[in-house]
Design a protein around this ligand. Structure first.
Ligand code: FAD
Length: 407
């Protein structure tokens, strides 16, 4: 009898599966696609190393030879500001990786299977009934329909947003609609012109809400993308690839860096990626990672939130199955949202200019810079850091005010 049915074998699904299977629970992961498969989201944060280590998966990830990542670099015109995770305020791993997700997700899924989870590919969840004592889940593999009655369902279906759609939990995001054009390139960047151990986030010379990412991999390739409002995207015409290069041409230092680059995949586009739900849990189910909420890619928080949500849910389910009293609101949703709110205030601050002013200011107070660095490293749940949680937005605004007054 299945204890936990997990929808999707992305980072959230595999992490939850590994944690629960290693505690002896019967875990079934049903994944719509065949692996390996492409996924966006290649830049990780240092706190993911912590979470992967807790789940016994870090060694397998380290063995892959992914690009070592030790920080983030921000560029606007001739301004350059880098954050080294080693300088962070919070305790924990100071490094992580820039990963080709096809490989990374496959490795996590393999690890979950090694720990005892059953993973079936090309099986799609198409319906759920939560009115009875146990959730009743319908799965479709080709023409074959199967019905499952697990004790609990974790929805880790990412942008598939399976239970939010089936249970009418989707709500409009508070963020305006933004779109990303992205690709992988053979970058041919001359050695020394780019710190390959950091994500490079470039800001448009005149429009603070238009930005690019460049995430170098260890094999001479890189992930490249540009995010802008729909209005800004609409100024460019042609194929996705032509539009992407036109957008890149607007950022002279990026264009120069990529002068010899060529694409190795078709250019992809995601419009309106931000997502929100009315609640993160209900009778017999909880939502993990992107299946719940997605903010914005600017601080590479997606996989971190996915893994953190999986850890919180797996620990709580373990307690519940052992007969302890559990409260999914105070023990899952609220702790998870503490960090999500931290990232939200950073994303808001990025687009309203507050955080960009802070980032590009030569901060005289090293402690404040270390605190900001901690959040950029993914330690968004460290309550000792004043720039986390519900007070984060207010403190960031005050800091930006001080920076502007000094400047
Ligand atoms: P996913 O990785 O999306 O996995 C979900 C899995 O569920 C998929 O394999 C899918 O096939 C499967 N599935 C879906 N529906 C069903 C169904 N009905 N039945 C069965 N299986 C199903 N995050 C970062 O950390 N770093 C970044 O640099 C970054 N860059 C990004 C750039 C952009 C433009 C965007 C939009 C997002 C970015 N993200 C980034 C976010 C990141 O992609 C996601 O947050 C992350 O992949 C979420 O992991 P997950 O496990 O929740 O879901």
């Amino acid at each position: 009898m299945v204890d936990v049915l997990i929808i999707g074998a992305g980072p959230a699904g595999s992490m939850a599966a590994a944690l629960l299977a290693s505690r002896g629970y019967e875990v079934l992961v049903l994944e719509k696609q065949q692996f390996p498969r492409f996924s966006i989201g290649e830049s990780l944060l240092a706190s993911t190393a912590e979470l992967l280590s807790d789940a016994g998966m870090l060694d397998a990830v380290m063995a892959c030879g992914f690009q070592y990542k030790n920080g983030a670099a921000f560029v606007r015109d001739d301004l350059y500001s880098e954050f080294n995770f080693a300088d962070k305020f919070s305790a924990g791993y100071p490094f992580t990786f820039q990963v080709q997700r096809a490989r990374f997700d496959q490795v996590l899924a393999n690890e979950a299977a090694r720990m005892g989870a059953t993973i079936r590919h090309e099986v799609e969840i198409t319906a759920i009934d939560i009115s009875g004592e146990r959730p009743v889940v319908t799965a479709k593999a080709g023409d074959e329909i199967t019905i499952h009655r697990p004790r609990f369902v974790l929805d880790a279906s990412g942008f598939g947003r399976t239970l939010p759609r089936l249970l009418d939990l989707e709500r409009p995001s508070d963020f305006p609609v933004r779109a990303a054009l992205f690709v992988q390139v053979k970058d041919n960047i001359v050695s020394g012109e780019l710190d390959r151990q950091k994500i490079r986030v470039g800001v448009h010379p005149t429009k603070g809400d238009v930005w690019s990412w460049l995430i170098p991999f260890s094999d001479g390739h890189a992930s490249l993308g540009v995010v802008a409002s729909q209005e800004h995207h609409a100024k460019f015409t042609g194929s996705n690839e032509e539009r992407l290069w036109q957008l890149i041409a607007e950022e002279p230092s990026l264009r120069k860096l990529l002068k010899d680059a060529h694409t190795v995949r078709p250019v992809g586009e995601i419009v309106g990626y931000a997502a929100k739900v009315s609640r993160l849990h209900g009778t017999g189910f909880a939502l993990l990672g992107n299946a719940a909420e997605f903010l914005d890619p600017v601080f590479s928080s997606g996989v971190t939130i996915a893994l953190k949500s999986a850890k919180l849910a797996a620990d709580l389910l373990d307690q519940q199955f052992r007969g302890e009293t559990t409260d999914w609101e105070t023990q899952f949703a609220e702790p998870l949202m503490y960090g999500v709110e931290t990232f939200r205030s950073f994303v808001d601050g990025w687009y309203n200019g507050d955080l960009q002013d802070v980032i590009f200011f030569e901060q005289k107070d090293p402690v404040i810079r270390r605190m900001i660095c901690s959040v950029l490293a993914g330690y968004a749940w460290d309550a000792k850091n004043p720039y986390t949680g519900p007070q984060s937005a207010r403190r960031l605004r005050a800091l930006a005010g001080t920076v502007r007054a000094v400047r």
